[in-house]
Design a protein around this ligand. Structure first.
Ligand SMILES: [Zn+2]
Length: 324
């Protein structure tokens, strides 16, 4: 004990004497992030078999569980209803809970608050609770998180506030997003390359995805720090797809190298930044750092540009994916 104290004292004095960075390097890089995964059971569930959804889900969740990464998945229950496959799809969804993760509501049919009316959106939330609530109850859990489809939070402030009051009345906490590298845009092109066994294109897409993720993080880490005064606990938006199932390990490595520790959504939401004034309204859904910036009259400028070649490839697909 005493010896340890002397060694520590010596090291402190030695460090100060030599002008070595002491603990600052470690504390300044300790970043925190919660992982959220939307559009379950799978982004392109309509074109997948139940068996394929189970295979994809198992692969994705195995990596997350093995690396002890908490995650919340957001469900569109409409995707469970394919003739002859309902049981299998529900089983794939319940894997999330069997593996120790949590599920939230993302509306039944991925309904936008901005495109439909408030009433239609509210009904779609209620309709989207049925199976998820049941599965959660089987695991002694309750349905407590909601994620807006398309991140559409309302075209005017009155609708936005009414929608928020509705969510509170049904026991939901909104799950904001601060980091989003548009994996869904890559995912359609990646699926197509995977079906054609075009491994070169798959690798090219993964490299581009990880590099674009780096650009998004560079930009929004700095911007959030400018707005909040420090880097808040971030929340990352991903989607249930083969790109993530095959490569989420590499994505997690990228984040670890940036100094991130992976936390629960509940922990992230304890962050004071998520109570900052937010009066964002608009046709286009966007992340919460943009919300805070626009509320303060400081809209983000020179944001990272998404690689055009991926958009072109996506547009050329026979079944073009829409923004989830
Ligand atoms: Zn979605």
């Amino acid at each position: 004990m005493k010896r340890g104290f002397y060694i520590l004292t010596f090291w402190l004095l030695f460090s100060l004497f030599c002008g070595l960075p002491l603990l600052t390097a470690q504390t300044s890089t300790q970043r925190q992030i919660a992982i959220t995964i939307d559009d379950l059971p799978a982004g392109s569930a309509a074109s997948m078999t139940g068996a394929e959804i189970t295979e994809m889900t198992t692969k994705l969740l195995t990596t997350l569980r093995d690396q002890k990464i908490p995650a919340v998945g957001f469900v569109n229950e409409r995707k469970l209803y394919k003739f002859g496959e309902v049981d299998e799809r529900i089983k794939a969804l319940s894997l999330w809970l069997d593996y120790g993760f949590e599920l939230g509501n993302h509306t039944f049919a991925h309904t936008s608050l901005n495109r439909g009316g408030l009433k239609e959106w509210e009904e779609d939330i209620i309709r989207g609770e049925t199976v998820t609530r049941l599965l959660l109850a089987q695991h002694n859990m309750t349905l407590r998180y909601f994620r807006h489809p398309f991140l559409d939070t309302g075209r005017d402030l009155e609708t936005r506030r009414q929608a928020e009051a509705f969510l509170v009345s049904r026991g939901y906490r909104i799950a904001p997003v601060t980091m989003d590298a548009w994996d869904w845009m890559y995912a359609g092109v990646y699926d197509d390359a995977r079906h054609r066994s075009d491994t070169a294109l798959q690798q090219q897409l993964v490299s581009s995805y990880l590099s674009y993720t780096g650009q998004v993080f560079d930009y929004y880490e700095k911007y959030s720090k400018d707005l909040v005064g420090y880097e808040p606990k971030q929340i990352l938006l991903l989607h249930g797809n083969w790109l993530e199932a095959d490569h989420i390990g590499e994505l997690l490595d990228v984040l670890r190298k940036r100094g991130y520790k992976f936390i629960t959504l509940q922990d992230a939401l304890s962050e004071a930044a998520y109570s900052m004034p937010d009066e964002y309204v608009g046709e286009e859904g966007t992340g919460w750092i943009d919300h805070w910036a626009i509320t303060r009259g400081r809209p983000p400028l020179n944001t990272p540009v998404f690689p055009q070649w991926v958009i072109d490839r996506s547009n050329a697909l026979p079944h073009r994916p829409t923004q989830p």
